[in-house]
Design a protein around this ligand. Structure first.
Ligand code: GCU
Length: 332
């Protein structure tokens, strides 16, 4: 598991991967077609992947075949954290990640990990599509990470192997996998569980082998990752709305002409519309498929979960994310 891998080995693999990709990119530049390499952690059956395939097709069409996007799905190039590092090194051109691991690079992104912050879906989208969302997308530019758009990742809820989570008390003594994010760790601990960061690609095995007792995610990710084969209880406490974000490396962006940048942004914007529509349809279908697959869906009272994170909200107000948190609360 990468979390436990010695640091030296991790740095070496990252460098080796970066070098191989840079060499491949160098070869690609000989031809007239510009190929942009995009890495992400999700399965190819996931709605976010489908939307990005549409983006690639749209960009190829509008650019008259001169720009292609090659997608590396399923964590092929590493965990989300590792691919963000590859993006900073210029070894990949684009990365789709959850905003959770991004908070280690762009602290303002931690605002999305604050549990029970958004009043409803309309509030969430007003934030993403308004000034706050736009400012956050631009916040990583000096770290070589330029945000292009957000994708819907619904609400995250707990799923467990051996017993259902009806209230925070049921998390006591359970090891719950979280993303590589301080906010997620603090949230699970505030609710009484023991938080264990593991990359998404390594989670199936970790659940199967009992390294962790459960995890948390949105319905399409629970289904497409097949974690439901191991975790039979899904408790819809809907604690966070952590979006996905599409990033382009600033080195790549700077190499593009004005026209190419417009094409890329337009293709990304179009993929957002496609993804939101797909997401709404898939989420409904997914819960039915999970039930068919033998998963018990629990609708717990959310109040005790909200009460458990009240102190966490107060402590966030004092951090760098506090400013963003207030801006979100003030948003219509
Ligand atoms: C969601 C998100 C992914 C992320 C995953 C996770 O599925 O879309 O980008 O990797 O959560 O929990 O790690």
């Amino acid at each position: 598991m990468h979390f436990f891998r010695p640091l030296l080995f991790r740095s070496f693999s990252l460098l080796a991967c970066a070098l191989a990709l840079v060499l491949m990119t160098g070869c690609g530049r000989q031809s007239k077609t510009l190929t942009l390499r995009l890495a992400h952690s999700l399965d190819t059956s996931h709605p976010v992947h489908t939307a990005m395939e549409h983006m690639a097709a749209a960009l190829e069409k509008t650019s008259g075949g001169t720009i292609r996007i090659k997608i590396y799905p399923g964590g092929l190039l590493g965990s989300e954290r590792e691919t963000i590092e590859l993006l900073q090194l210029g070894a990949v051109d684009m990365v789709k990640t959850s905003t959770s691991p991004l908070e280690g690079f762009i602290p303002g992104m931690a605002v999305f990990g604050i549990p029970y912050l958004f009043r409803d879906e309309a509030h969430f989208w007003n934030v993403l599509e308004g000034d706050i969302g736009k400012q956050l997308l631009a916040l990583g530019i000096d770290k070589k990470l330029r945000g292009l758009c957000y994708y819907d990742a619904g609400s995250r809820s707990f799923y467990t192997k051996d017993r259902p989570i009806n209230s925070p008390a049921d998390l006591s003594g359970l090891k719950i996998r979280v993303q590589n994010s301080r906010t997620s760790i603090l949230m699970v601990e505030a609710m009484g569980g023991s938080a264990t960061p593991i990359s998404f690609g390594e989670l199936y095995t970790a659940l199967d082998q009992g390294v962790v007792d459960g995890a948390e995610n949105n319905p399409p990710s629970l289904l497409t990752s097949r974690h439901y084969e191991v975790c039979r209880f899904y408790s819809l406490d809907e604690h966070t709305r952590v979006p996905d974000v599409l990033l382009v490396g600033t080195e790549t962006w700077d190499r593009l002409t004005e026209q190419q940048r417009r094409w890329l942004q337009e293709a990304a914007d179009e993929s957002v519309r496609i993804q939101r529509d797909l997401w709404n349809r898939k989420t409904r279908e997914t819960l039915d498929k999970l039930v068919e697959g033998g998963v018990q869906i629990i609708h717990p009272d959310k109040q005790p979960f909200q009460d458990a994170v009240r102190d966490l909200h107060a402590s966030f107000k004092k951090t760098e994310s506090g400013r963003w948190m207030q801006a979100v609360l003030d948003q219509e």
